[in-house]
Ligand binder design. Structure first.
Ligand code: PLP
Length: 287
């Protein structure tokens, strides 16, 4: 049985600035980060008449891996649709893909087919669904308790977004201001994602931006550089897909946020294995 206890908050220094870090990457090795939060409800709930979890998305997705862990633990089948899977990956699986296959994931290389059987439970791509709020509310409560215990009056929160589900439900459940940035798609895409789950814009987090446009899951030198700098100066390994853009946004927009800033480490570190290989293939200096 996987148990999810509360995660610690640590104080770090990075480039002459102090930050608080919520270590959701330490929640559980297998079931970590914001996917543990978003799927918390599924973990606790017994689904009568359900024998299969069905989802879809990218082939190295953290949500895919976490669902494979959940399905294995609950003795359910896990069917995952992904429409482009490179041949080299099928021949030599690595990272989340390899680990999800080990957990028994059944891969369908095609776009999602609906309707599904009655005995299937469908989880939208990236865990962007309303039940994610259950676990994210627990995250909000842990932050509130920390503030009370440490007599903190103000605290701003930052976390990078994919679907924006985590940032959105966090903002809905806490008075502190939640800042985020769009790692997948642009600001408009992220706003639309927020509105799909909650129409009321007063619950929407504040989106910070950079001048340069970055494409999701592409290797960029400045991403690897800030990731490595963070690792060397804080001893914390962040993820390579979302966190570098998050930290670049913080450095550029630090003045817009209050003195006390909490960064949420949303896990995803297991996926670094495959990203590091891509960096080494693309940039000689990282070998
Ligand atoms: C999934 C994921 C995100 C994005 O979470 P959303 O709730 O989709 O915004 C951010 N960081 C990491 C490490 C993730 O695994």
């Amino acid at each position: 049985m996987i148990e999810i206890n509360s995660s610690p908050i640590q104080k770090i220094k990075f480039l002459d600035n102090s930050f608080f870090i919520k270590r959701d990457d330490l929640l559980n090795k297998e079931f970590s980060g914001n996917k543990a939060r978003k799927f918390h409800y599924l973990l606790l709930h017994d689904f009568k008449g359900i024998d299969t979890i069905v989802s879809h998305g990218g082939i190295q997705s953290n949500a895919m891996y976490s669902l494979s862990v959940l399905a294995k633990m609950k003795n359910l089948k896990f069917v995952y649709y992904s429409d482009h899977v490179p041949t080299y990956l099928i021949e030599n699986p690595i990272g989340n893909f390899k680990n999800a296959l080990k957990n028994g994931m059944i891969l369908k290389i095609e776009s999602l087919k609906k309707p599904l059987k009655k005995s299937s439970l469908f989880i939208p791509q990236g865990g962007a669904f309303e039940l994610a709020e259950v676990g994210i509310k627990i995250l909000a409560n842990e932050i509130k308790s920390y503030m009370i215990e440490n007599d903190m009056k103000t605290l701003d929160i930052f976390l990078p977004s994919g679907t924006g589900t985590t940032a959105l439900y966090l903002q809905k459940n806490i008075d502190q201001k939640v800042y985020t940035c769009a790692c997948v798609g642009d600001e408009e895409y992220l706003k639309k994602q927020f509105s799909n789950l909650i129409k009321e814009t007063s619950f929407h987090p504040t989106i910070l931006t950079l001048d340069k446009k970055y494409h999701f899951a592409k290797p960029y030198r400045e991403f690897y550089d800030i990731w490595l700098k963070l690792k060397l100066s804080t001893n914390i390994e962040f993820d390579l897909l979302y966190d570098p853009l998050g930290w670049l946004n913080i450095l550029k927009n630090r003045h817009k946020m209050g003195k006390n800033l909490l960064y949420i480490h949303q896990g995803g570190v297991l996926a670094n294995e495959s990203m590091i290989l891509r960096y080494k293939r693309k940039f000689d200096e990282y070998n």
